[in-house]
Write a protein that binds this ligand. Structure first.
Ligand code: DAH
Length: 341
C-alpha cells in the first residue's frame, strides 16, 4: 500500500488533489482507519506488529506528503512570479518636467541678491489708483511725463499700474523709522502700458523697484549698491556709469549703464559700438515724494531705482525679441531650465 500511496502523492498536480489523497489514506474514514479495525481480531503478539507497521506507514506517508506539498507550493510561487514579472530594463517614459519661467528665475536671483543686502521684498497691487501711480510719484494731473506711460484705465481714478514705483509711496506711508529702522525694499511685479507690441515693447512686462530711505543717504550709496548688483548679475569685471536723466520722482535722476559684457567695453553689436549698455533708471528720491508719503525730507533722504526684468534677461541671455517671454513655446523656455533640472 505504501508504494502505491507514495506514487499517488508524487503524481498529484495540485494541493487540492494532495489533500484528497491524505483523506483517502489517513483521514478519519480512510484506509488506515479501516486497517486498524482488524486490530481487535489479532493476537497479542500480532497487534504491536501491525501498530508499528501502521505508524511506519503514517510517518513515510506524511514525509512524502509534506515534501510533495512543498514542491507544489514552490511551483505555484514560481508560476506566479513568472506571470507578474516586470522587465525593469525596458526604457521608461520620461515625464515632461516643467521649470520656472526665465522671468521668475531672474526675479528670484535679484530678490536673493537684495535680501542678502538686508532688503525686504514687498508686493503692491496691479490695479492701482491714479494717486499712487502718478500723483504721489510727483506726476500731477496733466503732467506731460504721464504721456510716456499712457495706460489702461478702469475709471478716472483707477488704472493698471504703469510702473512699480507706486509701491515706494505705499511702503513709505507704512514705515516707522523709530520702530523699523532704515527703509530698504525691492518690489517686483507686473506693469502695463498702452504700447504697441514689437521686438522691444510689450503692453505688459515686469519691473523691479528698489528704494532705500534713511538719514544721510546719497547718490554715492546708490552707485555702490548698483555696482554690487550689476557685478553679481553680469560678472565681477563689470563697471557702471551714471548719466544724467530725468524722472519726476528723483532729483537728481540718473540712467545707469553697465560696461558691455560681450566686448568688455571695446564696442560691439550688443552695445551698439558704445561699450556701454543702459540697464535701469534711478536717482535720489525727490524731497516732495518723501513729504507726500509723510517723511520729513529735512531729516531723511533716499535713493530709488527701477529696472525691467525682461530687459535684464534679454541682455543677459542675448534674447532678440521680448515676445518670446510670453508665447509659452517650449523650444524657447526649455533653454532656461536654471536650477530645475
Ligand atoms: N518708474 C520708472 C519707469 O517705469 C523707472 C524708474 C526710474 C524707477 C527711476 C525709479 C527711478 O525708482 O528712480 O520708467
Amino acid at each position: 500500500m505504501e508504494t502505491v500511496a507514495i506514487d499517488e502523492i508524487n503524481a498529484s498536480e495540485s494541493l487540492k488533489d494532495l489533500d484528497a489523497i491524505r483523506v483517502k489514506y489517513i483521514g478519519k474514514k480512510g484506509k488506515l482507519t479501516d486497517i486498524s479495525k482488524v486490530m481487535r481480531h489479532l493476537s497479542n503478539e500480532e497487534r504491536p506488529q501491525l501498530g508499528q507497521a501502521m505508524n511506519q506507514f503514517k510517518d513515510n506517508f506524511n514525509t512524502a506528503l509534506e515534501a510533495h506539498k512543498e514542491k507544489l507550493e514552490e511551483q505555484a510561487l514560481a508560476e506566479k512570479l513568472a506571470s507578474e514579472k516586470i522587465d525593469v530594463t525596458l526604457p521608461g517614459k520620461q515625464p515632461l518636467r516643467g521649470s520656472r519661467h526665465i522671468i521668475t528665475q531672474i526675479m528670484e536671483e535679484i530678490e536673493d541678491l537684495f535680501i542678502g543686502m538686508g532688503y525686504q521684498v514687498i508686493e503692491g497691487p496691479e490695479v492701482e489708483t491714479d494717486s499712487y501711480n502718478f500723483e504721489k510719484m510727483n506726476l500731477p494731473k496733466n503732467h506731460p511725463a504721464r504721456d510716456m506711460q499712457d495706460t489702461f484705465y478702469i475709471d478716472e481714478e483707477t488704472l493698471l499700474r504703469t510702473h512699480t514705483s507706486p509701491v515706494q509711496a505705499r511702503t513709505m506711508e507704512e514705515h516707522d523709522f523709530e520702530k523699523d529702522g532704515p527703509l530698504k525694499m525691492i518690489s517686483p511685479g507686473k506693469v502695463f502700458r498702452r504700447d504697441t507690441d514689437d521686438a522691444t515693447h510689450s503692453h505688459q512686462f515686469h519691473q523691479i523697484e528698489g528704494l532705500v530711505v534713511d538719514k544721510n543717504i546719497t547718490l554715492a550709496d546708490l552707485k555702490g549698491t548698483l555696482l554690487q548688483f550689476v557685478q553679481a548679475l553680469f560678472g565681477e569685471d563689470r563697471e557702471i556709469r551714471l548719466r544724467p536723466s530725468y524722472f519726476p520722482f528723483t532729483e537728481p535722476s540718473v540712467e545707469v549703464d553697465v560696461s558691455c559684457f560681450k566686448c568688455g567695453g571695446e564696442g560691439c553689436n550688443v552695445c551698439k559700438q558704445t561699450g556701454w549698455i543702459e540697464i535701469l533708471g534711478s536717482g535720489v528720491v525727490h524731497p516732495d515724494v518723501l513729504e507726500m508719503s509723510g517723511i520729513d525730507s529735512t531729516q531723511y533722504s533716499g535713493f530709488a531705482f527701477g529696472l525691467g526684468q525682461e530687459r535684464v534677461a534679454m541682455l543677459k541671455y542675448n534674447i532678440d525679441d521680448i515676445r518670446h517671454f510670453y508665447q509659452n513655446d517650449l523650444r524657447f523656455l526649455s533653454q532656461f531650465r536654471g536650477g530645475d533640472n
